[in-house]
Design a protein around this ligand. Structure first.
Ligand code: NDP
Ligand code: ZN
Length: 177
């Protein structure tokens, strides 16, 4: 595994997300989330592909920070960039449409991008239990979990351990909201 690539991605993402906080009650530093996604892929998925781990660390940079694909391409190469692009919503679309498209696009993700997508949903659904976004009603949290189930349900089963972990967590999350 390329330690250098992974550390470079961690430092890049930390810098890009430096002024952002998560939506949860404790408003933790945003970078905790991509680190969590990378950790889930490595620990639960048993994945040691450096490009996938780096893409997990970078997965919200295009969507949520001032980062261009060209910048990622130059720093991390085309494979990492393609994975990040595949898990990035088109922010010019309305939120409702973006949510629908995530469900549709999930079925066409590469196996590498599917790993990042499933791990992202594991972390967000986990946060719905431990640190839900401030002000979200039970209905809104339930709606989020059910939507995440539909996205993950359409992802290729590239890693049964990750999918099984998500499924168990989603059931637990629906019981806990
Ligand atoms: P999202 O549903 O997009 O918010 C969830 C996203 O916030 C996650 O995907 C995650 O992003 C990020 N996030 C940050 N902190 C947390 C956390 N602690 N726990 C979980 N996720 C976190 O919310 P929007 O505000 O953008 O609204 C989108 C949709 O919600 C719209 O389609 C709208 O119709 C609907 N809505 C529903 C309401 C209701 O009451 N039912 C009310 C208002 C809107 P990432 O994936 O980048 O990690
Ligand atoms: Zn994310």
């Amino acid at each position: 595994m390329s330690t250098e690539l992974i550390l470079k991605a961690a430092a890049f993402a930390a810098h890009k997300h430096k002024d952002q906080r998560r939506k949860g009650a404790e408003a933790s530093p945003y970078i905790n989330h991509p680190i969590g996604v990378a950790k889930v892929i490595a620990e639960i998925g048993g994945v040691d592909d450096a490009n996938v781990i780096a893409a997990a660390l970078l997965h919200d940079t295009l969507e949520d920070t001032q980062t261009s694909s060209a910048e990622l391409e130059q720093a991390f190469g085309s494979q990492v960039t393609a994975i990040v692009q595949a898990v990035t919503d088109d922010k010019t679309l309305a939120k409702h449409r973006r949510k629908e498209l995530q469900i549709e696009h999930a079925a066409h993700l590469s196996s590498e991008a599917a790993l990042v997508k499933i791990a992202d949903k594991i972390c967000n659904v986990g946060d719905m239990i431990d640190s839900p976004p401030k002000g979200w009603s039970i209905e809104r949290r339930t709606e989020y979990i059910e939507w995440a189930m539909r996205v993950v349900g359409n992802c290729a089963n590239a890693n049964p351990a990750l999918k099984a972990h998500f499924d168990a967590l989603a059931v637990m999350a629906l019981r806990s909201v």
